[in-house]
Design a protein around this ligand. Structure first.
Ligand code: COI
Length: 351
């Protein structure tokens, strides 16, 4: 891909406080764009990060035909930049595009764009452990048209943001919300599309006002089985076994979820991908068999859950085994990401 690059005249890097990054508030100097029209992707460019011009009738704003991803790049101990599982993210990006009738992007174009942008802004990759450069690829329908139909034109973009922890307050408290539904089978649940996050905002706000960090979604049909958290997949350790909801079309096929499963199996842990009911969690907790609950996500990495509240019943997960498995998975995944452990699964691509 022949990318036209126009560099910023004044980098903002020197005003960034790398000790207080937070998540998703600071954006690096440049952004990538690729246009789609006439049945093909064209005009790749890198320009200074900043405002962009779109029409008020932009169809993505009205009907949500859009898809995004979240990928992380890490400063490796050898001084290079490690991008984690970009191919798996690209795969999911295209699966989401398929569901939203958005033309796919080839792996070559996706990687060329990501490589060029991260290389140009490589100085923005945080050097501190626990921090990374969050890469946000996204695509949106750009027809200026108010009829409900598949757009003929699109823009694919990449922006990057130096980030710290998503849940900076440590272990999280989750609330189920039986009166709300995130997704039904056949819906958009497995696509990484803004509509799923829009659906989560109001229930998450209710949860936040009650002192919880996020909603733990239950299945839409029976309100019985765990699905995912607003920003993460969910795992429980019951009697030594690692259990996570199976992929049945209503939850995201998380890249960190997949990494946790592969690492756990590699370490000899029994992993079950199956339906897990909230009643099973309550019983396991009463019997003293619920050892850990944690969430996984690119932004959230591995985040321990300390409490789940469901219809007035509180499940306390006291971490009495020092969150042994989640800590081990966190150490393994981040060890590979920062180049401190051998990349035995071939998950790292260097920039
Ligand atoms: C991610 O983990 O990358 C996400 O997209 C979750 C959230 C920040 C929307």
């Amino acid at each position: 891909m022949d990318i036209k690059v126009s560099r910023t005249e004044k980098s903002r890097l020197n005003v960034v406080d790398y000790d207080h990054l937070g998540f998703g508030k600071i954006f690096s100097d440049h952004m990538f764009s690729l246009e789609y029209s006439g049945g093909r992707w064209h005009d790749p460019s890198i320009t200074p990060y900043g405002e962009m011009c779109v029409q008020p009738s932009l169809s993505a704003l009205h009907y949500g035909q859009a898809v995004f991803e979240g990928i992380k790049a890490f400063y490796s101990k050898d001084g290079s930049v490690n991008v984690f599982r970009a191919d798996k993210h690209h795969d999911r990006f295209n699966r989401s595009c398929e569901r939203l009738c958005i033309p796919k992007i080839s792996w070559e174009d996706f990687w060329d764009a990501l490589y060029a942008l991260v290389r140009l802004d490589h100085e923005w990759v945080p050097k501190k452990r626990g921090c990374s450069l969050y890469i946000r690829p996204f695509v949106f329908a750009s027809d200026p048209f108010l009829g409900v139909k598949v757009s003929d034109t699109y823009r694919f973009m990449l922006i990057t943001s130096p980030v710290g922890a998503y849940y900076s307050g440590g272990p999280v408290r989750l609330l189920t919300a039986p009166e709300y539904v995130r997704a039904f089978r056949g819906g958009l649940g497995c696509a990484k599309t803004p509509a799923n996050y829009a659906a989560s905002l109001m229930p998450a706000e209710v949860a936040r006002k009650k002192g919880f960090s996020q909603i733990l979604w239950l299945d839409g049909l029976e309100g019985k089985y765990l699905e995912e958290v607003g920003t993460m997949n969910i795992f429980a350790v019951i009697d030594g076994k690692l259990i996570t909801p199976s992929l049945e079309g209503t939850i995201l096929d998380g890249v960190t979820r997949d990494s946790a499963i592969k690492i756990a199996r590699d370490l000899g842990v029994v992993v079950e991908e199956r339906r897990l009911s909230i009643d099973e969690l309550v019983s396991a907790s009463k019997e003293g068999l619920l050892e850990e609950v944690f969430g996984t996500g690119t932004a959230a990495v591995i985040t321990p859950v300390e409490e789940i509240s469901h219809k007035g019943v509180t499940i306390k997960i006291d971490g009495k085994k020092e969150r042994r498995l989640s800590q081990m998975l966190y150490d393994e995944i981040t060890g590979i990401q920062y180049g401190l452990k051998q990349d035995r699964f071939g998950w790292i691509r260097k920039v």
